[in-house]
Design a protein around this ligand. Structure first.
Ligand SMILES: Nc1ncnc2c1ncn2[C@@H]1O[C@H](COP(=O)(O)OP(=O)(O)O)[C@@H](O)[C@H]1O
Ligand SMILES: CC(=O)N[C@@H](CCC(=O)OP(=O)(O)O)C(=O)O
Length: 298
């Protein structure tokens, strides 16, 4: 199969989506769907194009996709080129001054613009934003909880907690049929830019936009249990235990924390989906087949 045919919809997917989609198109018409496009799910060109096609198709059939992108692996690569190594604490990048410059450049300059180009090439009208644009995301320095000494939070540099989201720029773009593509960078009262985990931004954006769905695309089949089996559904109670015993770790920590917050705060359905499955977005939104883990607030 050549690369260009690989990006086209497979006949089996076309048949499945067409035969099952009508009730979903009706149900979701005009509704907002926030898609977290993770850095680890965007490393293959074939999958990037399948992602862009799906986003454009969802828009054309009347849904309102909003993309929040990550770029962890891409930031790591850029840091390596200048002789720096990425360091993470509880899934958050330790971000000194120099790292922040790289983060802003890679996320806002490179990754975001690549996604905008891909969506536009697929026939959509994407517009890139960072949290600075239109006052979208206000943040303040994150004080990381310190398990060893709760009175002394850890300083991880220019990492931000979201203090406020003003979604008016996103809504204006949606109304004009644009597809917003948001980089997870916030701005502080102190005039500084802050690096925010993209999962956290996606979850908050879904809440503030009263999204119907939050889809977190990543590079695993979904959330796995201790034995590596896929969990089709994950409830709040199970999540606490899995955080506690380390079954959920690293980059999955902010993802599941944010997914649960979104589910608790009114986002009707929240899923961690396997971004390595071509057209996973269409399969998740428009067919009876789930392609990952549903997070429930119960
Ligand atoms: N219980 C779990 N189930 C699946 N993946 C997990 C789990 N715990 C930790 N992980 C790790 O989390 C990673 C996904 O998070 P991350 O690397 O931040 O992805 P992304 O770039 O998509 O946000 C997986 O590749 C896996 O290594
Ligand atoms: C504070 C923090 O960790 N920020 C992330 C922002 C990018 C991101 O979240 O990318 P993924 O979704 O690909 O992991 C970082 O610097 O890697």
């Amino acid at each position: 199969m050549t690369d260009s045919t690989a990006t086209a919809l497979e006949p089996a997917i076309i048949a499945r989506v067409l035969s099952e989609s009508l009730p979903y198109i009706r149900q979701f018409h005009g509704k907002t769907i926030v898609i977290k496009y993770g850095g680890n799910a965007m490393t293959e060109e074939r999958l990037q194009r399948s992602f862009a096609h799906d986003v454009v198709l969802l828009k054309l059939i009347g849904l309102n996709p909003v993309v929040v992108h990550g770029g962890g692996p891409q930031i790591d690569e850029a840091l390596n080129r200048i002789g720096k190594k990425g360091e993470f604490i509880q899934g958050m990048r330790v971000t000194d001054n120099e790292t922040m410059e790289v983060v802003e450049w890679v996320l806002g300059g490179q990754v975001q613009q690549d996604i905008v180009m891909m969506i536009n090439e697929a026939g959509g009208k994407a517009v890139g934003l960072t949290g600075k644009d239109g006052g979208l995301i206000r943040a303040r320095k994150k004080l990381m909880p310190n398990k060893e000494d709760p009175d002394k939070p850890l300083d991880i540099g220019f990492v931000g907690d979201i203090t406020q989201v003003d979604p008016s720029v996103v809504k204006a773009l949606q109304d004009d049929q644009f597809i917003p593509v948001i980089s997870p960078i916030g701005f502080g009262e102190d005039g500084m830019a802050y690096n925010i985990n993209a999962d956290v931004v996606a979850g908050k954006m879904a809440e503030v936009l009263s999204a119907e769905k939050l889809l977190m695309m990543t590079n695993t089949p979904g959330v796995l249990d201790k034995d590596g089996n896929l969990l089709r559904e994950l409830s709040a109670r199970t999540i606490d235990a899995m955080f506690e015993d380390g079954t959920i770790s690293g980059g999955m920590l902010p993802k599941i924390g944010s997914a649960l917050d979104a589910a608790r705060n009114g986002v009707r359905s929240v899923h961690v989906v396997d971004g390595r499955v071509p057209h996973c977005l269409l399969l998740e939104v428009l067919t009876d087949q789930g392609v990952g883990t549903m997070i429930s607030s119960r």
